[in-house]
Ligand binder design. Structure first.
Ligand SMILES: [Zn+2]
Length: 417
């Protein structure tokens, strides 16, 4: 029967119990670890998760059984921030940054996000699908079972709708479970239209068209000085709230832009980056339902002078999620490696980072009801790691520690090495 599977004898089975809200503060540190654990999947759902001894009665029928001796079992990793649909390569920009070039001079040399938009607009549907599927394959090998993907390299109505449609087409060709986000307000367009005109175009033309198309689940909006400033972002967030579209915010990635405050005030599900959010703003805003999605690879890759203050967010009672930010600028495909880098970069513990890449990411994507933890009744989405203890995800830097990815009770990826 498809979707029937037993996993037994796991050295560490991490339930990451769902108490009905994203984990914050002290709760972000707890994995609800069971030694010698087992999880039983029937028709794609979790029907039991406990010690191997306690679930013995389930082992009587003829169901494929994975012996997870020496291994760690987690809920399927959930990647909640990626931009996989684009054309062109920007590796030379990294070299220029390492040589000390500023973003401004790189843009003058023909680089920056705008160069991706030009290339993406020109690319064929086939090329874009192929690039996207190539990214999906690598992201899956990094241990992910659910993946959020954004448009945002089109920046006009026709192109944004095209990218959303192509993301839907690509979603049908991967075993990953895909969640699609509209990111029309990615950066300020550089083809003659002002920010004010573009905001108006998003509100009057794009948003109704995106709703009509029915593919995107979220509206993601940048709040950044030089792109969409507080008043622009607030206007877009207000419209989305009136239309009942859940929102996310790319906030404070390059400068203190009041992005965190704007996201929380306007009821965004999540705010992402938060590299330059001042400590005073985190303290002032306080405990939130808005989830802080932190991107350690992006900060390292952009050679940022600052880091998001992950520990302060957690201490303040803000749930923290972790993501790769796979994009045209850099292709970070491994969420497992990102968990390790969240530890060395932000000073998070492996447990805090793991909660950030499972249960809290499920809440970001509105998928908490059926994934993100190994609770009975949830989907049989599991990532199996070739290590005895989840702490080893923090120390196994770059090693092929992902053993298998299971979705709906079926193995969708296996390490054949
Ligand atoms: Zn992003």
């Amino acid at each position: 029967m498809p979707g029937n599977l037993n996993i037994i004898n796991a050295s560490s089975l991490c339930l990451i119990t769902d108490y009905g809200q994203p984990r914050a503060g002290k709760d972000q540190e707890t994995l609800n670890l069971i030694e010698n654990g087992a999880v039983i999947l029937r028709e794609g759902r979790i029907v039991a998760a406990d010690t191997t001894e306690a679930i013995a009665s389930w082992l009587t029928d003829e169901v494929e059984t994975i012996d997870a001796t020496g291994k760690t079992v987690l809920p399927g990793l959930i990647e909640c921030h990626s931009h996989p649909i684009f054309s062109g390569s920007r590796h030379w920009e990294y070299v220029r940054r390492l040589e000390g070039a500023s973003g401004k001079s790189i843009r003058a040399e023909g680089g920056g996000i705008w160069s991706t938009i030009i290339n993406t607009r020109k690319a064929s549907d086939e090329e874009l699908i192929e690039n996207t599927l190539s990214g999906f394959k690598k992201i899956l090998a990094g241990g992910v079972s659910t993946l959020e993907v954004k448009s945002g390299y089109g920046l006009n109505t026709i192109q944004e709708l095209r990218l959303l449609q192509l993301l839907k087409d690509a979603a049908a060709k991967t075993p990953l479970d895909i969640v699609i986000t509209f990111l029309g307000a990615h950066i300020a367009p550089q083809d003659g239209i002002t920010v004010a005109e573009y905001v108006q175009q998003i509100q009057e033309e794009m948003v109704p068209a995106v709703i009509n198309q029915g593919i995107a689940e979220f509206h993601d909006i940048t709040c950044e000085i030089g792109d969409f400033e507080e008043k622009d972002a607030t206007s877009l967030l207000t419209q989305a709230r009136q239309l009942n579209i859940p929102t996310r915010v790319h906030a404070d990635a390059s400068s203190d832009s009041r992005g965190w405050r704007t996201a929380v005030t306007n009821g965004a599900v999540a705010a992402d980056h938060l590299t330059y959010t001042p400590d005073s703003e985190i303290k002032d805003v306080g405990k939130t339902d808005t989830i802080a999605v932190l991107l350690p690879v992006a900060e390292q890759f952009y050679l940022d002078a600052r880091k998001a203050n992950a520990k302060l967010f957690i201490e303040t009672g803000v749930p923290v999620a972790i993501a790769t930010d796979y994009c045209s600028s850099f292709q970070a495909t491994s969420l497992t490696l990102t968990i390790a880098l969240a530890c060395s970069w932000f000073g998070l513990t492996p447990a805090q980072a793991i909660v950030g890449a499972t249960l809290n990411s499920a809440y970001v994507l509105g998928r908490d009801k059926d994934r993100g933890s190994l609770g009975v009744g949830k989907r049989g989405d599991i990532t199996l790691f070739n290590c005895k203890h989840p702490n080893e995800l923090g120390t196994a830097i770059g090693s092929p520690v992902v053993e298998a990815v299971i979705s709906n009770g079926q193995v969708i990826w296996r390490n054949n090495n």
